[in-house]
Design a protein around this ligand. Structure first.
Ligand code: DAH
Length: 325
């Protein structure tokens, strides 16, 4: 027994473990249940006297501990089991990257287009008072055009409401700044409308305006032309006479698309009365303004049939815009 034990001790010491395969061979050789040399020594213990059993039992247990120690040392030195098991050839887990909402894509495109021709981008509040949203824009209290823009009132007298259009930004900006300026603003507007495939109680509008000396309708046409060709390429554009209380003359702009004219925006020369309301001398300065709905523009660009799809968070719809910027 002693000789055997000495031999095994020597073998344990001399065994070089370099790889995980070596480690496994080492483990099997000494302590595996079926083949392990030390395991078989334990079996032999059964055959000897109780006195010797005690002595050898202790020694064999120590041998087993040595084996276990060697295994532990190797494992702690190469401890990163995970690193050894890591296979760099396995394809990684792909992380889904979100995308911009189609309305944000269009909004960013419009901002880009106007930044190139020197417009400044500004924000305006969604909660407005009557004066900024209506009165200063030449829409006095009993004016019939208010009917088309009923909205949600937060309080009455003084009237505080959710803005019905971004034209209110014109008033806010013009009151604070001296011309000349070129300004663009995009944001949410609200109206008391029944939800349908074509309308919603909330939508997004772009407002642009330019005031300087000698700004004419010609500048307005050029700017609209530039905007439309930047978005749609070469298309036919039509200016149709129209009416807005805050512009004179006013026009609706249509583009020729899918064998028909589609209205996309309103515009006009800022009414001198509006300039007076914000203390800008209408003899020296003139300007143009325009407004267009982002949802409507996106309907045309993406050939979408129902405006509600923008807002119901359907991932199958939103995913289609993932790669657009
Ligand atoms: N504010 C108008 C609307 O909501 C849109 C509009 C039309 C804005 C003509 C303008 C403009 O600045 O000149 O219906």
């Amino acid at each position: 027994m002693d000789k055997k034990i000495e031999k095994i001790k020597g073998e344990i010491k001399c065994f070089h473990i370099k790889t995980y395969n070596d480690l496994e061979t080492f483990r099997i050789k000494f302590i595996s249940k079926k083949k392990g040399i030390i395991t078989s020594l334990f079996k032999e213990l059964k055959k000897i006297s109780i006195y010797k059993k005690k002595i050898y039992g202790k020694i064999i247990n120590e041998l087993k501990k040595e084996v276990q120690n060697k295994i532990n040392i190797f494992q702690s030195q190469n401890n990163n089991d995970k690193i050894l098991k890591f296979d760099p050839t396995v394809p990684g887990k792909s992380i889904e990257i979100g995308g911009l909402h189609p309305l944000s894509i269009i909004k960013n495109r419009i901002i880009d287009i106007f930044m190139k021709i020197g417009f400044t981008y500004v924000y305006g509040p969604e909660i407005e008072d009557d004066w900024h949203n209506f009165t200063a824009l030449n829409i006095p209290i009993y004016h019939p055009s208010r009917d088309m823009q009923d909205t949600f009132f937060l309080c009455k007298n003084p009237d505080i409401l959710l803005r019905t259009h971004t034209s209110s930004v014109q008033i806010r900006y013009m009151k604070k700044h001296k011309p000349p300026f070129r300004v663009l603003s995009i944001g949410k507007v609200y109206r008391n409308e029944t939800i349908s495939s074509r309308s919603n109680f909330m939508f997004h509008q772009t407002e642009g305006f330019y005031i300087d000396k000698k700004v004419s309708f010609y500048d307005l046409k050029q700017t609209i032309d530039y905007l439309i060709t930047s978005i749609f390429g070469k298309v036919k554009i039509r200016f149709r006479p129209s009416y807005f209380p805050f512009t004179e003359p006013s026009a609706e702009v249509d583009i020729y698309c899918n064998n028909g004219w589609i209205e996309i925006m309103g515009c006009g020369m800022i009414d001198p009365q509006v300039l007076k309301n914000v203390n800008i001398n209408s003899e020296t300065y003139s300007g143009f303004a325009f407004g267009l709905g982002i949802e409507r523009l996106a309907l045309i660009i993406y050939q979408i049939k129902d405006i509600r799809i923008y807002f119901n968070n359907d991932i199958r719809f939103l995913k289609q815009f993932k790669n657009e910027f």
